[in-house]
Design a protein. Sequence first.
Lengths: 308, 547
Amino acid sequence: MITFVLIRLVRAVVTVLAVMTFAFVVLRMSGDPAQVLLGPDLPQEAVDAFRKEWGLDAPLWQQYLSYFRAILSGDFGLSMRDRSPAIELVLDRVPATLQLTLPALLLKLGIGIPAGIYAALHRDSAVDRGVIFLAILGFTIPSFVMGLVLVLIFAVTLHWLPSGGIGTWQHALLPAITMSIGGIGILARFSRSAMIEVMGQPYIRTASAKGVRWQDVVRGHALPNAAVPIVTIVGFMVGSVISGAVVVETIFSWPGIGRLLIVSVANRDLAVVQCILLIIAAVMVVSNLVVDLLYGWLDPRLRAQPAH
Amino acid sequence: MIRLNRRHALGLMGATAGTLVLPGYLRAQGAARPSITIAVQKITNNNTLDVWNEQSNVGERVFYPNLWEGLILRDWMGDQGPVPGLATEWHRVDDQTLELKLRQGVKFHNGDEMTAEDVAFSFSPERVFGDTEPAGGKTIFAADYKPETAKDIPASLPGIGRRKWPSLAGVEIVDRYTVRFHNATPDVTLEGRLYSGGSQILNRRAWDEADSYAAWADKPVTTGPYYVEDHRPDVSLTLHAFDDYWGGRPPLERITFVEVPEVASRVNGLLSGEYDFACDLPPDQIGVVMNTDGFEVQNSTIWNHRISVFNTGNEILADPLVRRAMTHAIDRDAIVQALWGGMTVIPAGLQFESFRSSDMFIEGWTVPEYNPQLARDLLKQAGYKGDAIPYRLLNNYYTNQVPTGQILVEMWKQAGLNVEIEMKENWGQIMDFSTQAGVRDWSASNTINDPITPMVTQFGPNSVPQQRGEWTNDEVNTLSQVMETSTDRAKRKQAFARMLEICEREDPAYQLLHQNAVFTGMRSDLNWKAAPAFAMDFRAENWRVDG
C-alpha cells in the first residue's frame, strides 16, 4: 500500500512540474509580454524599460531559474498589470468561483447519478429513453448557447433573474445551472452504462437466485461495483471545481478564476497565469490522487497489482 | 442698536436651526439622486486608474471628465477645443513659457485645496518623468530607469510622459495660485498638451501617504465631480458624487462601470434592465437595441481614424508604387456602407475637423481616389509579379476589423495584388518583425487641436513605425522638427500639407480607411448625450432631469 501511494505521489509532483514548465515556455514564446501589455502605441523606450523592469530581457533559462527559485520560496510574483501579488489576485477570485462550481457540482451529483441509476434499473422503459435523450441534449448543447438561451428566457423575457454579474444568490442561479447541465448529462450516461454492465454480471444473478432482496442486491452488490467508473468522472469534476468555467464566467460576467485566467492570458500577465495554472494543476493532481486511492479502497484487487 | 422682540427671536432661532439642519437635508436630498450602471467591454487595460499608465480609449471613458481634470479641459460636448478647467486663465510669457492662473477654492476628494504645489508635483520626475531630461538634454527617455521600491513609478511611465511632453523642462511655482510651464524649445502646442490624457492634476498628499504606487493608482485622489468609491480590477469601478466639486453638485449619486466582455451579455443586460447603458456595441447589434421599446442607440464619430501601416522592410512594399496601388484599390465608401451602415465617415486624409480651430486643416485634401485601373497600372510600373504580401490581423481588436480585412484582401485582389491574411493573437505577435511582415492594422488618434497628433507622434522620427523600422522618410523627419518647434503658423501648416503628400501619396506610410465611431445603447428615458469621444460626460450640464 505504501508503494502504491508513493508512486502516485511522485507522479503527482512530476505532473505539476510539467504543467509549470510548459506554461512558462509557451507563454513567453507566443508574443512579447511587454508589447502585449503596452499595446501598439507606446514608444520603444517604454517597451524596453518595461522588459527590463520585469526581467524579460534576460535569457529564457535564467528567467525560468529565477521563477523556480521564487516558487520554492513561496513567491508567486507580481501582476505586470498593476503590481499586485499574483497569489492575492488569484485567491481573491476563488470564493466567487466556488459559489458557482460547488452548487453546480452538487446538482451534477444529485441529479446525474440517481437519474442514470434509475434509467439503468428501468432499462428500455419510457423513463430510460427520456433520461438518455435529456442527457445527450445536456452535454451536446455548448454552454455558451445554453447560457444565452437561459438568459433570454429568464432575464430578458420574464425578468425573473439577473442576466449576469455577481451580488445576490439569484445572480448565481443561471450560471450554476448552465454549468451543471452538461455534467448532469455525462454523469447520467456514465452511471447508466456502469449499472447496466454490473447488472449483467453473474454475481448479481447469483445474489438474486439466492433470494436476496432486490433493493439489497442493488445497494450491496451493484452500486459498489458500478462506483469505480463513476468515481473517475466525479474525480475530474471535483478537480475542475477550482478552475471554474471560462465560458460560463465570461457569458455571465462572473468574476471568478476562469475570467481572471482569460484576461491574464490575453494580457500575458505571466505571474498570474502561472499562479492559476499551478493551483489548478495541484488541485487536479490531488483530486486524481484521491481517486486513485479510492480505487484501491473500492476494489481491493487494485491494491495488489503493481502500478503501471 | 438692534431691538429684538419675541417674533424676531423666534425667526432667528428658526433661521439658525435651518442653517444647521439644511445642509444635512440637502445632502439627504442628494441621496435621492439616481445611480446608473454602465456595461463596458473593458474598464481599463492595466487595472490602474493612473492617467499616465492607462493611455487607452477605454481609460478615457472612465477618467474623463468624471474623475480626472487638468488645468485646461477638453470641451467634450462641444468642439473638443480647450476650455478653462483647474486654471481660469493662461498666457504666453514667451515661445517657451506658459503661465497659468489656478482656480481658487478647488477641493480634492480628500478635502485639500488644490495649489501650485500639486500642479508642479503632477509634472515632476517622481510622478512621471523619472531621470529623463527634455529634448536637447543627455537623453529623452529613461532607458536605464528601473523601479527599486513599491512606491516608484512603473518603468514605462517616463517614456510615455516624454512622448506627450518631450521638451518640458519643469513647472515653476510662482505663487500659491500661479504656475509657469517652461519648455526647452519653442512649442505652439503647450496649451493643447495640457488637455491631452496624462496632464491631469493629482493631490500630492494622497500620493505621499500611499503605501505603494499600486495602492495610489487603485484610488487616485483628484478634483473631478466623482471620486473612486470602489475599484475591483477587471470587475467593476464605482464612482461616487463629490458634492464639494468646484463645478457644482454632480447629478448622479453613483456611476458604476461593470466589465461585461461579451457583447451579447451587454445587450441582454441592457434589455433586461440591469444596465442603464451598454457600451462598445458593434454596428450589427444596433438594430436589436433600437427595435426594443424604451431603448435607443447613440452613435458618434470619435477622434480616431482606422488605418493600416506598411512595412517597407518587405521587399515588395519597399517600392512606393506597390503601396500607392494598394491605397487606390480600396473602395472606402463600400466598406463604410456595408459594415458601418453609413454611420461613420471617410475623412480628408489623416486630418480631423478639430484642426480647423487652430487653422491647420488642409482644405481640398482627400484620401487616395478609388481607382482600380490606376492601381493596376502602378503595379505594372512596379513590375509586381504577384508574390504574396502578408497582412497581420487581430481578431476584431478594432470594430469590424476582420470583415474589413477580408473585404480589403478581395479589393486588392481585384487590382491584381496577392495579399494573404495572417491571423495573430496579440500585439506581441503583430509587432514581431523578426519574420517577414507586410501590412498591419492600427488606428490614429488626435488628442489636441493640432496635427502634431497623430501625424508627428505616430509617423515622426520618434514614432513606433520609425523606431521599429517599418517605414522612414528623411523629409518627414525634418518637417516633424518644424511642426514641433516652429512658432510660425503658416510654416507649420505648409509643413503639415507636405507631410500629408509624402505619407499618403509619394511614399505611403499608411492607408487610411475611415473615421472610427462608437455606439452606446441606453435607456431612452435618460436625458444624456454621447460625446464625440469614448469619454462619457456625467456632469450636470449633460444630465437633464425631467419634471
